[in-house]
Every structure is written in C-alpha cells, then in structure tokens.
Design a protein around this ligand. Structure first.
Ligand code: GUN
Ligand code: ZN
Length: 450
C-alpha cells in the first residue's frame, strides 16, 4: 500500500464496484474496492478488500465521508466524445435526408453562420455542454464555427460547467455555398492565432484549443499549410474530417491532384501528428491506415452519423489491426444522438452489419466498445496519461451509475452479476442511470443549480 506521503488532502472516497479498461483487459471489474481522490482531483489510491478504518487512518479521512455504492451501482471512467459539433446541436435529430456535401450546404453552413450572434451561441452552447455532461461525456472534442468570439464562449462554458474539452475554431476558406460562411485565408490565420492566444490566456485547467481545418474540400492548400505550421509551432492538437463518403473522396482527388490520397493531403501539409484526430475514415485504404499508424494520428469513429447520412461503414477491426488509435464520436448533428451510450450501441450495430456481410469478420464485443468509449477515446486525444481509466495519479473523471433508479429503463433479475449489470447499462441505460459525474475530482452532475 502507498502511504500518504503527499500533502494533498483526500477529497472523496468511494467504496464498492468499479469498472474500467486497461490496455490488457477490455473490461476489468474491481469488486469490494476503495478509491480515494485527492484535492487536486487525482486518484490517490485504489485498494481491494481493505479494512476501511485502517485505510482512513493511513490517508487521514473520516470513515463517515465514504460514499458507499449500493449493489446495483458502480463507478466507471467518464466517456470521451472524440468528435462533436457543438454548433450543430440546435438541429440534432433533424435534417438527415441528404448526403454529406449537400447536407453541409443545405443545413449546416446556414446554421453555423448564425454564430456571429453571441446570444444565439450562448443558448446553444450552454445546452450542448449541459446535455453531454448529463449523459456522461466528461471530455468532448468540439468543433465550434468560424467565429472566434463564439468559439471562445464555448470554451468559457465548458470551463464553467466543468467539462474537459478541446475546442476548435473552424477554419474554411473555400467551397461554401453560403457566401458569408467562410473566411479569407489571411483572416483565417489572424483569427486562428487570436483564438489560440486568447483561449490559452484564460488558463482554464481542462479546456484547450485544437487547430481545426474543417476538411480538405473547405481549405486551400496554403491555409492547410498555415494551420499545420501553427499547430506544430505551438504543440497543439489538430482535428478534421477524412474519407467520410465516396463523393467527398473523389472531390479531394480533383482538388488536390498532386496528392496520392486523401491522407496524403493532410500528410503533405504537416497535419498528421500524434495529437491529430480525424473523424470518420470510412473509406481509407490499408496504405492510408499505415500512415495513420506511422504518424500516431487517431481516428474518431462516428457510427450514428455514418449511417444517418449514408456515408459508409468503418471497419473498426481493421483499424485496430493496423494499430491506429481509435475513439468514438457522436458527430452531432450528422449523428442524431449526443449520447456516447448511443455511439457505443451504433458501433456494435455497424460491426454486426459487417459480420452479416462477411461472416469472417470478427464482431466487436461490448467490452471492446466500452474500452473505445473511455480509454480508447483518451488515447485518440493523446490524453491517456491523464484520463481514461482508474489508475493512481490520473485525474478522477468518473460516472456513478445506478442501474436501478426509480422509473428507470432497466430491470434486473436475481443472480445478475456486475458484468451483466454493465452490459444492461451499456445497451439499455440512459442519463437517468448516471447519477453523478466527476471531472478532475469536481462533481459536475447533478448541476449545482438543480
Ligand atoms: N465534413 C466537413 N464538415 C463536416 C461536418 O460538419 N459534419 C460531418 N459529418 N462531416 C463534415
Ligand atoms: Zn464532424
């Protein structure tokens, strides 16, 4: 047992069942355990089968402060949404009848243009941060819009409500059917610099900027180069979209005839780093996946969106075979659900559809999908040294789950153990079952005002 040799005080102690993933085990169930969180929000200890009175003396906490989980409860790591458009939240659940390129011009760009208005932005961004937190998203990798001030506001709101976030001011200088919804290349560079500087200056502990070229068809080659340089000079994350639908892949071939592939476009502009996450990737070739592996870039799998706007089906098993980092994304509003539980279910659906098409395909298990939503997401965002599972020294980002809340969506029956309880939660649960949410040790759900 580690002794309490640090000065950090213990702020929370939980006792009961904890469920998480490790690189070796997709699901590890720790029963009869105690977990302590220090006042810096980090996991101080995890002890199994230990006498709580002795533990309280070693770590100097009151046994009366222990939060004892009931038999239908467990703690799990917070979920990581590796790709979500905060600015599209207002029309989530609608407008799913067009393929990607028409969908962007018809629905998306006209709505995103409205974020010039900070009152509009404040309303939608407040709602998306609260909705996702309530649904267990402790970390979100957000696309905002081209508007610097509204993007800064999204960062402010994530910090206010206590969500961990990467926030991207969108960069695009061509091919928009909405004339006012794009920037000139020089404006885009100046505003991206301002966004990064101003957001970093706030020194929010858990909210950081991410360099965000929308996708190759929206960006000139010179803008892509500028953004690669900004990201690399400042050691920043990068996010974009790649190979989502076939029409888009063909368009990129015509727009960048000097590049061997869609992946090569980003590679040539220094946008593939070990801090890059690219959404979709449904139509990437094995050769392109090899480049992802070599550069340490990650893929955000967005199955709801891939099906909802008929883009394609990512073969996650093949991506994992190439040892490419992979997390899950809701891709609101191409995806119609802001819940990462939905992203897990849709990941399983897609995997099973691939098995129906090819019985040789090895279907993903619910345990593997649980890992993708937590530890996998943290790896995809290169945050796995800080979050993703329950390891001493990592930040405590966690969900308290109760599968038997009154009037809840789950029924349990005698003899059902923790693995079945987890599986039922993943397949049947919703935000009613997520009774408490913690980010870096701070309890953020229930909201302080409710
Ligand atoms: N590709 C470029 N922009 C977008 C977007 O907003 N949503 C999706 N799904 N794909 C994109
Ligand atoms: Zn997207």
């Amino acid at each position: 047992m580690r002794q309490n040799d640090t000065t950090a005080r213990i702020a929370h102690v939980f006792s009961g069942t904890f469920v998480h993933s490790t690189p070796r085990a997709a699901v590890e169930i720790l029963e009869n355990c105690a977990l302590g969180v220090n006042d810096e929000g980090k996991i101080a200890f995890i002890e199994k089968d230990i006498d709580l009175v002795s533990l309280s003396k070693i770590w100097r906490f009151e046994t009366s402060d222990i939060k004892q989980l009931g038999k239908n409860e467990f703690l799990m790591p917070g979920m990581v949404d590796t790709h979500i458009h905060a600015s599209q939240y207002s029309y989530t659940g609608t407008a799913l009848d067009l393929p990607l390129l028409e969908w962007l011009n018809t629905y998306t760009f006209p709505v995103e243009a409205k974020y010039k208005d900070l009152d509009f932005a404040n309303n939608v961004y407040t709602k998306v941060v609260r909705r996702t937190l309530k649904n267990g998203t402790t970390t979100a990798c957000y696309f905002a819009t081209i508007h610097t001030d509204a993007s800064l506001l999204l960062g402010e709101l994530a910090d206010k409500f206590g969500q961990r976030a990467l926030v991207g001011k969108v960069c695009m200088d061509c091919n928009s059917a909405v004339p006012q919804y794009k920037e000139s290349p020089s404006e885009c560079k100046v505003e991206t610099d301002r966004f990064i500087k101003e957001l970093l200056k706030k020194e929010y502990p858990n909210v950081k900027p991410v360099v965000t070229p929308r996708f190759a068809p929206s960006c000139s080659a010179s803008l892509l180069s500028e953004l690669g340089e900004i990201a690399n000079n400042n050691n920043l994350h990068i996010q974009s979209h790649i190979s989502e639908n076939k029409e888009e892949v063909e368009l990129v071939k015509t727009l960048f005839p000097g590049c061997k592939s869609y992946t090569d476009v980003y590679l040539k502009h220094n946008l593939l780093t070990d801090r890059t996450v690219m959404a979709h990737g449904c139509h990437l070739t094995d050769e392109e996946l090899e480049i992802f592996h070599e550069t340490g870039s990650a893929i955000s799998h967005c199955p709801n969106s891939n099906i909802s706007i008929c883009s394609g089906m990512l073969n996650v098993r093949n991506v994992l075979k190439h040892k490419v980092k992979l997390g899950l994304g809701t891709d609101v509003a191409g995806g119609y659900s802001p819940s990462m539980l939905d992203a897990m279910r849709r990941t399983l659906d897609t995997s099973k559809t691939l098995t129906i098409q090819d019985p040789q395909h090895q279907t993903l298990t619910f345990e593997e999908v649980f890992r993708l939503a937590t530890l996998g997401g943290s790896e995809a965002l290169s945050l796995d040294e800080q979050i993703g599972n329950f390891v001493v020294g990592k930040d405590f980002d966690a969900l308290r789950v109760n599968v038997c809340v009154p009037d809840g969506p789950i029924d349990l029956f005698p003899g059902e153990g923790p693995k079945v309880i987890l599986e039922k939660f993943l397949n049947l649960g919703d935000d009613r079952n997520i009774t408490e949410v913690y980010v870096a040790g701070r309890q953020v759900v229930p909201f302080p005002d409710t």
